[in-house]
Structures are given as structure tokens and as C-alpha cells.
Design a binder for this molecule. Structure first.
Ligand SMILES: Cc1ncc(COP(=O)(O)O)c(C=O)c1O
Length: 401
């Protein structure tokens, strides 16, 4: 029999794509669905960025590039990281890849070995690819539960207790998908102090939403003394410049750059050549479009959070960043007499015409934290208002308690 490896059979996924398939089927059947599932800006890529890619294609910049990226982009990223993280990053420490996502696997591959019991700490709930890639690459996933009472940060003392001789990597993600939580300077400093007590502990800081912090400043853990050398800073153009399909992300670390680059050579060879010019234009060109999109997300945050909190049975913390709301729907589930957030999600999709994701799509349920769903507000104000109206009406019409 032609067999599929156990690793592949057990490979996780991003359930947003699975739910999206369900949504698309319903839409094809003619159903009207308000979609809050998609974690990508609903804006088009700004014109000056598209023009830069077209120009690059016309100039014949269509062959392979060096695996870590074109020198101009590595320089621009080094400058961007240095300025926004208040550190000194050299272009040689930067690697470009097809999105920020590949760096999750590359980093795990670079600092852990298969089947040796190497542990990786990661936020739960969290971007599902962390756990999936940790397992697929033969490391041991160790979830760090996030708590609503802490503004969706994890308990620093808990972190300290979970670090063992086998812990090789800590994954941080701030601003955070799916909660929108932001780790502030104080907690990052506490985390840095703990991490520094361990000689062989790397940090993967997934900062893909760094340009979407709505209150106060963005702080990278790499900016604390002694942290830059052990932190792999990851960011990209996907979210900031509405470029998810262009697939350009970047990472920086002095020691690991050469190794991450070899992983690029072993997988994709390099990131798309014209797309690298588009990313270069994005970082070095006028930032008005990025600012306009940011302002729009900030306004929508107010609308969605206020709207959710007006609905009976739903409570939502004000997310500090990214474009996700993570409301607590425990009471709504009770009112509807349904078991959990996943059943609530299904009922919203099939009976109310509203597509959301549930907490089980982002990891293990945490005891005592209740039921949550995720709504991406990277959708129009009109959609947000209509979606909230439908959810409210559905709860009112179907409540049994
Ligand atoms: C936390 C997090 N990291 C990484 C990514 C992937 O970004 P990219 O499109 O640059 O690969 C996403 C996308 O949803 C994300 O939410």
C-alpha cells in the first residue's frame, strides 16, 4: 500500500482555511454570509507598491535572488528593524522569505532536533501553526495559557516553572492573534529577565502585527539588554501594507541568519524576485496608505468592541492591537443552551449567516477561561454593523434562558 507518513497524517492546519471552505460553499449555494474569519486586510495593495513590482518585472528582475534576499531589501529591513525596535540591526543579519510564516518552521528546525524531547513554549490560544510546526518537526509543544484577567498575557511565574533543561525556544506573539492582546514593556521586561537566566533559550518574536498597536507604543523583547542576540525578530509586509498574497516576510538574528538562509535554500530557494522589490517600495516609500489602513482598523475596533459589549451574553475586552476581537461568549452559550463556542460558531454560521472562528481553532481550552470566538475586523464597517445585528438578533430570538 502507498502510505502517508504519520507526521503528515497528524499535521495540523489553520482552521480559518477550513471554515473559509464551509463559508465559500454556503456562498456558492446563494447564502448571504457576513464573514469575520479572514485575517487579512480588506484593502487593496497600495498603487506605488504594485508599480514597483511591475517595474521590476519590466526590468527583467525575474530570476532567482540570493537566498537571504536582495541586498536592497535586507538593508531596508535592517533600517526598519533598527528604527522601530530601537536596536542596531545589520543587513547581514536579515533573511527574507515567502512570508513571515516560513520563519516559524525555519526557526524550530534551526534550534531543536527531531525526537530528542526538545521543548518549545508557545502562547495558547495562539496562531495554530506554532503547535503544528513544533509537532511536525519532532519537538514537544508546551503551551502557555493566556488569561483574560491579565489582558491575554500569560502568567510570568508559570512561564518560569515551565522552562526546563529541554526548553530550546519561547515563541512570543505581540500584538497577538487571536486575542489582540499586546505585551507591554513591563511584562516583556519580566519575561526577558527570566529568559536571560537560561543559557540556551532562544526567543522567536512574531511581530507581524507590530504596526497595529492602537494604544501606546510597540515594544519588542529584542530591545531589552542582552535579548537581541537570542531573539529572532519576525515581521513582514502582509498585514501592514495589505500584501498577504505577495508572500514577503523577514527575520533578523545575527547568529541564525546564515542558518535560516540555508533553510530558504533548501525549501524555496528565495522569495519571489519582483515581490521583493514591492516589499522594498512598501518599506521605503510614503507611509500614508499604511497609516490610512491603520486608522481605519482603529476606528473599526471601537465599533466592534462597543457593538459586542452591547449584545446580551457577550463580553469583549478592548484589544490593544492586530485586527481581532476575542469576546467571551460563555453567557451567550448558556442563554442558548448550547455546549460550547464551537457549537455557537456553527449555529452562527448556518442559522444566523455570520462566520467566525471558535477558540478550539487556536489551541486547547483553558479551564476556567470560558468560551470565546474570534472575529477579524479586517472587514468593512457596514459588514461589522450587519454582522453584530445578526448575532444580537439570533441570541434574542433563540434564547431559552
Ligand atoms: C501571528 C501570525 N504570524 C504569522 C502570520 C503569517 O504572516 P505571513 O502572511 O507574512 O506569512 C500570521 C497570519 O495570519 C499571523 O497571524
Amino acid at each position: 500500500m502507498l502510505e502517508i507518513s504519520e507526521r503528515t497524517r497528524n499535521l495540523g492546519t489553520e482552521n480559518a482555511f477550513v471554515v473559509l471552505k464551509e463559508v465559500n460553499e454556503l456562498v456558492r449555494e446563494g447564502k448571504d454570509i457576513v464573514n469575520f474569519c479572514i485575517g487579512q486586510p480588506d484593502f487593496d495593495t497600495p498603487e506605488y507598491i504594485k508599480e514597483a513590482a511591475i517595474k521590476a518585472i519590466r526590468e527583467g528582475k525575474t530570476g532567482y535572488t540570493p537566498s537571504p534576499g536582495i541586498p536592497e531589501l535586507r538593508e531596508a529591513v535592517a533600517e526598519y528593524f533598527s528604527k522601530t525596535r530601537n536596536i542596531d540591526v545589520k543587513p547581514e543579519w536579515v533573511v527574507v522569505a515567502n512570508g513571515a510564516k516560513p520563519f516559524i518552521a525555519y526557526t524550530i528546525l534551526t534550534v531543536t532536533d527531531y525526537g530528542r524531547g526538545d521543548e518549545v513554549l508557545y502562547p495558547n490560544p495562539g496562531f495554530p501553526i506554532y503547535e503544528s510546526q513544533i509537532r511536525a518537526n519532532g519537538a514537544v509543544p508546551v503551551p502557555l495559557p493566556l488569561h483574560e484577567s491579565k489582558g491575554y498575557a500569560f502568567d510570568v511565574e508559570y512561564l518560569e516553572k515551565r522552562i526546563t533543561d529541554k526548553t530550546k525556544l519561547l515563541i512570543l506573539n505581540s500584538p497577538h492573534n487571536p486575542t489582540g492582546g499586546v505585551l507591554d514593556r513591563d511584562i516583556l521586561e519580566q519575561i526577558a529577565d527570566i529568559v536571560k537566566r537560561h543559557d540556551n533559550l532562544w526567543v522567536l518574536s512574531d511581530e507581524i502585527y507590530s504596526r497595529m498597536v492602537y494604544d501606546g507604543e510597540f515594544v519588542s523583547i529584542a530591545s531589552f539588554p542582552g535579548m537581541q542576540e537570542r531573539t529572532i525578530i519576525v515581521d513582514g509586509v502582509s498585514k501592514t501594507y495589505a500584501m498577504t498574497g505577495w508572500r514577503i516576510g523577514f527575520a533578523a538574528n545575527e547568529k541564525l541568519a546564515q542558518h535560516l538562509s540555508r533553510w530558504v535554500t533548501n525549501t524555496d530557494s528565495c522569495a519571489g524576485h519582483p515581490n521583493q522589490y514591492a516589499a522594498l517600495a512598501a518599506l521605503t516609500g510614503p507611509q500614508d496608505d499604511a497609516k490610512r489602513m491603520f486608522m481605519s482598523f482603529r476606528e473599526r475596533r471601537e465599533i466592534i468592541v462597543e457593538g459586542l459589549n452591547r449584545i446580551n451574553g457577550i463580553k469583549c475586552l478592548r484589544p490593544g492591537g492586530a485586527f481581532y476581537a476575542w469576546p467571551n461568549v460563555t453567557e451567550a452559550c448558556r442563554m442558548l443552551n448550547i455546549g460550547d463556542s464551537e457549537e455557537f460558531r456553527r449555529r452562527l454560521l448556518y442559522e444566523a449567516g455570520v462566520a467566525v472562528l471558535s477558540d478550539i481553532h487556536f489551541g486547547f481550552k483553558i479551564k476556567g477561561e470560558g468560551e470565546h470566538i474570534r472575529l477579524s475586523y479586517a472587514t468593512s464597517e457596514e459588514n461589522i454593523r450587519e454582522g453584530l445585528r445578526r448575532i444580537e438578533e439570533y441570541i434574542e430570538d433563540n434564547r431559552v434562558k
